[in-house]
Design a binder for this molecule. Structure first.
Ligand SMILES: [Zn+2]
Length: 109
């Protein structure tokens, strides 16, 4: 489960920046093409945050769809699932977004 390692690095990054101060809420952006399952991240967050300033913090997760550009037909389109295919049938795609994991905001209590 790679969500655990990733959630650990998110929590570490926040603790490093904000210190041990109690955190009220964290908002993450997890692109739908990132391969990360938001529910798993939620579960891991509870485990990893325990004993840190992030314990009891609310976790909000935005899951924006991905966007891709097709090198075959030149179309740009939204991609919701990790099946990387253009409606024209081509798999020759540039992924423009959707693979990101970002910390959008941290609310200190
Ligand atoms: Zn295409």
């Amino acid at each position: 489960m790679h969500e655990l390692a990733i959630t650990e690095s998110v929590v570490d990054a926040i603790v490093e920046k904000v210190g041990d101060g109690p955190i009220a809420a964290v908002r993450l952006e997890i692109g739908r093409l990132s391969g990360l399952v938001a529910d798993s991240v939620r579960f891991c967050f509870e485990v990893v945050a325990s004993g840190t300033g992030l314990e009891h913090a609310r976790l909000d997760i935005d899951e924006p769809p991905g966007r891709a550009y097709c090198r075959t037909c030149g179309e740009e389109f939204a991609l919701d699932e990790p099946i990387m295919l253009c409606p024209c049938g081509s798999a020759d795609l540039d992924i423009l977004s959707g693979q990101q994991l970002r910390i959008i905001s941290v609310e200190v209590r």
